[in-house]
Design a protein around this ligand. Structure first.
Ligand SMILES: Nc1ncnc2c1ncn2[C@@H]1O[C@H](COP(=O)(O)OP(=O)(O)OP(=O)(O)O)[C@@H](O)[C@H]1O
Length: 329
């Protein structure tokens, strides 16, 4: 029996892509990969090139130079195959008055080729998933921003695409709707979907994404794990990442300051009431645990410790500074 061909390693591969409009160089030499099952945040200021990149991935626009592959299929040469793999949620979508939520989903399910019982079952499944069942008979133009967004989400999920591309989905949502949106993202990630989500507000995406891509002036300025960004508390004089640990001790913290000076990988950052902030030149939890054990053996009574999370906004600003880019509003 013939084995099926192996799946391409990365679900998305963007290779040295440029997009030049008449007099705007919107995307410049952009390259990145997205692995299957990841939730990726695509972050950049207004005009950074996010929508242009996403539209090219979604086969709605063509690169001026470079190539984009989705599951190994070239978006320019095989747009039909690519469209079957992706769900695209634009930042704006049209509403039809006098069409209910159910009618809208049913209409799109028909256009995706679902027939009768299968169509009814699929629309029901999507309405349940996106919490739209109670809104089934509500006219589309009577939905709140959050409800409308859930409907758009539902429509995108009808053909069960593997890759979901969402352009600014959290923009304009109130806190409750934003929470509901985060839950949907979490559920989809649990089902093994790959999500590529843009925003110009870092904190909107930080918690829900495994990986972050930062774009500025059409260029990629960072691609990495969101955890690394959050935990890394800046860099030392040599540019190496540091992780700050806040340690509370019983009694004087003088002993801990001396301990940090004598132990490799550790350094003193600052003193605070009841404790000290130390930097550890590693995010290895074993090294942190070994350090805490050594403190105890050295007669230092640690009553509490906390590895600090850096605000993603600070991380972003610092990263742009390192790249020599001035952050924009
Ligand atoms: N069709 C077009 N013709 C000319 N210029 C365009 C076109 N589409 C986008 N641009 C320009 O390309 C640049 C990148 O725009 P893009 O919409 O990709 O940015 P963005 O990061 O999505 O921003 P926003 O968050 O405001 O949507 C901008 O300078 C924009 O004005």
């Amino acid at each position: 029996m013939n084995e099926p061909p192996p799946l391409p390693k990365a679900l998305v591969e963007v290779r040295d892509v440029d997009r030049v409009f008449e007099n705007v160089h919107a995307v410049r030499g952009l390259s990145f990969e997205i692995q299957r099952g990841q939730v990726v945040g695509f972050i950049g200021a207004n005009g950074a090139g996010k929508t242009t990149t996403m539209r090219m991935m979604a086969t709605l626009d063509l690169p001026t130079r470079g190539r984009i592959f989705i599951n190994g299929e070239d978006v320019v040469q095989e747009p039909e195959k690519v469209r079957r793999l992706i769900g695209w949620m634009p930042d704006n979508y049209g509403t039809y008055s006098y069409m209910t939520v159910f009618e809208y989903l049913d209409f799109f399910a028909r256009s995706y080729g679902f027939k009768k019982a299968e169509r009814t079952a699929r629309v029901k499944e999507v309405m349940d998933f996106a919490d739209l069942t109670v809104l089934a008979d509500r006219p589309m133009d009577k939905l709140s921003k959050g409800m409308g967004q859930r409907l758009c989400f539902g429509r995108m999920l009808l053909p069960d695409p593997e890759l979901l591309i969402l352009d600014e989905p959290a923009a304009g949502l109130d806190p409750k709707a934003r929470l509901e949106f985060k839950n949907l993202v979490r559920l989809l990630a649990q089902r093994g979907k790959t999500l590529f989500i843009s925003s110009h507000i870092l904190s909107e995406l930080g918690e829900m994404c495994d990986t972050l891509l930062f774009i500025d002036g059409g260029k990629l300025v960072y691609h990495g794990a969101s955890e690394t960004l959050k935990r890394g508390n800046g860099t030392d004089v040599h540019g190496a990442l540091q992780f700050v640990v806040d340690v509370t001790v019983l009694g004087s913290s003088e002993g801990l300051k001396e301990w940090a000076a004598l132990n490799e990988g550790w350094s003193f950052v600052e003193e605070r009431r009841g404790g000290v902030r130390l930097a550890l030149a590693s995010d290895d939890e074993m090294r942190l645990a070994a350090g805490l054990r050594k403190m105890g053996l050295g007669g230092i009574s640690v009553v509490e410790f906390r590895r600090e999370e850096r605000r993603l906004e600070d991380a972003f600003v610092e990263m742009l500074r390192k790249e020599g880019v001035k952050p924009k509003e």
